[in-house]
Design a protein around this ligand. Structure first.
Ligand code: GLN
Length: 274
């Protein structure tokens, strides 16, 4: 079965774009990829640079063998459950295009909620008689997506972001440069190398319970950095550490905002109350 599927997905002389995409879609769905059609299309777009209209007009045209080969090489990897974003190297977040290297978590749509809440909070406060820019800190920044979007959307803030992983910080810095967001990147284990006092601290830390990680999809379990997932035994390790120290780094009336797991509301509220 396996070998047959492998053989099916080699380049074929004079096969049209349409037929090639269909063959890819069939392989992807046979391997349990949920959005097989969408992924088969995105990879065509990525390899050929065609937009949807051009594709629809030209889909009966034979796809060059070299393009088929480039396409099918990616399709085979997607069939092995490598996330689409690891193949294309990018993910859109809040309308900005982020590079995602293997060292960072792929930005999730869920996390846009945290960014939107933080932006709302920052914009609600009148800038009237403020003498200094408001300072915002993003802990466990990963790709840098949260800090960068906040700086892009609220350019008057002074933004800093930290991560324990040097590789993640390199990726974040690269994203910041590409997107033109001026951020102070700090290598730090939570607050270890942070000084200063902030108006707003945000974080989407790793929050998966260690024993749950093996139940996650292959895309997450095998291809996301484990360090970006693992919230230790009860999943609350980073919240506990951040909450424990945050008061030393927040201005009076400052705010702390988190993304949390769907079932962590009560636990995190309890930590905050303590
Ligand atoms: N803060 C980053 C993000 O939201 C990384 C999160 C993480 O690594 N857990 O994508």
């Amino acid at each position: 079965m396996h070998e047959q599927e492998q053989r099916e997905i080699t380049a074929v002389q004079n096969r049209s774009f349409w037929e090639t995409q269909k063959a890819a879609q069939e392989l992807l769905s046979a391997r349990g990829i949920d959005d097989a059609a969408v992924d088969a299309w995105y990879l065509i777009e990525y390899v050929t640079g065609m937009d949807r209209t051009k594709f629809l007009l030209e889909r009966q045209r034979p796809m060059e063998l070299s393009a088929q080969e480039a396409y099918l090489a990616l399709v085979r990897r997607r069939a092995a459950h490598v996330p689409l974003q690891r193949l294309t190297g990018e993910q859109e977040f809040m309308g900005f295009k982020f590079r995602v290297r293997e060292d960072v978590l792929i930005p999730r749509q869920d996390t846009e909620i945290l960014v939107e809440e933080a932006v709302r909070y920052l914009r609600e406060q009148p800038s009237g008689n403020r003498k200094e820019p408001r300072k915002v800190l993003d802990l466990c920044t990963g790709s840098g997506c949260i800090a960068i979007c906040l700086k892009k959307m609220c350019p008057d803030i002074e933004a800093a972001a930290s991560d324990l992983s040097k590789a993640a910080l390199t990726a974040a810095e690269e994203n910041g440069e590409r997107l033109g967001a001026d951020i102070t990147w700090i290598e730090s284990d939570i607050f270890e190398n942070i000084d200063g006092i902030y108006d707003l601290i945000v974080s989407n830390p790793p929050y998966i319970r260690t024993d749950v990680i093996r139940e996650l999809s292959d895309e997450v379990r095998l291809f996301e950095p484990r360090m970006a997932l693992d919230g230790h035994a009860d999943g609350l390790y980073f919240y506990r550490r951040i909450i424990g120290e945050a008061k030393n780094f927040l201005k009076a009336g400052g705010k702390l905002m988190f993304e949390i797991g769907y079932d962590q509301g009560e636990d995190v509220a309890r930590l905050l109350a303590q």
